[in-house]
Design a protein around this ligand. Sequence first.
Ligand code: NDP
Length: 329
Amino acid sequence: MTRAWTLASRPSGVPADEDFALIDIDLPPLKEGEVRVANRWLSVDPYMRGRMNDVKSYVPPFQLGAPMDGGAIGEVVESRADALRPGDMVQHMAGWRDAAVIPAAAAQKLPALEVPPQAFLGQLGMPGMTAYFGLLAVGEAKPGDTVFVSAAAGAVGSTVVQVAKAKGMTVIGSAGGSDKCAWVRDLGADQVIDYKADEPLVKALGRAAPEGIDVYFDNVGGQHLDAAIAHAKPRGRLAICGMIDMYNTGAPTTLRYAARIIGARLKIEGFIVSDYMDRADEFYREMGALLADGRFRREETVFEGIEQTPAAFRGLFTGENRGKMLVKI
Ligand code: NDP
């Protein structure tokens, strides 16, 4: 028997407590090639909000009443697979629950790097890979560029800030509130914008980057995207990673400066981190080296206990996290 979160109803707006239900489920006996995993860390991620709607997307929607899933780090406690032994720490997708029986092939043994296991859900995991390839491959950012990144105090954004600084770029980060902005500056950002302050974003970005930006790393969409288009240099690149501003509202974005896309020959490209899975070795090598030499700050916001998973998830939309939002079991 184990506990798993299910979606009880499809949320409208920010998910409420009643949209989730924690249920008991039986775990089947192990078949050949399977492992039993006790989860230690669960990831909550903004993209999961899209999976709560019954719409076709790049990941299938959660089914009502069925255990939800998502990134997790667990310990193998029983194995009928040669590749994994009890005690091995693995990364897998049977999150939102205490324990799971999964094929060994669906679990990735954590690489032997000198970091705590939960780092593989953050800077050394999906958000880190998103930041790394979004900035360098999609945004084609290079030393000397001026990079603007939104949600700069979050998991992806705080990694973008630090990779960009490590690669010799000028960085402008936006975040909500003075404490978060101070932290983003501590991470190395040259300029910070508090998007919750009174000044319109387009004006604040113009002041922070009087000569314009070469690259915009978009985590937010909406007014942030509009401001980036307004201030992009000719042939600027916009890497569209996420649009959290509209995940709960679905509200359309008005882009007042959209016509600049034509005149300034802007390149706007969306991407999904899985597009770069075949370059995972490069990511581990480079990011592992950056983390190992102490240049990187790794920050987590941790909710304790599986009961807290929906609250941790909701916190992503109210900005409760600094760095990676995690649930510790
Ligand atoms: P974060 O750790 O950045 O958490 C979300 C943050 O977004 C919050 O802390 C909050 O920070 C900010 N935020 C929430 N609502 C708004 C809003 N309306 N306007 C501005 N900021 C807001 O999450 P992740 O790092 O995991 O993800 C960041 C983005 O990257 C998301 O859009 C996500 O969907 C996307 N993503 C895309 C991937 C891909 O493959 N394309 C992969 C992974 C993530 P604050 O307090 O500053 O407002």
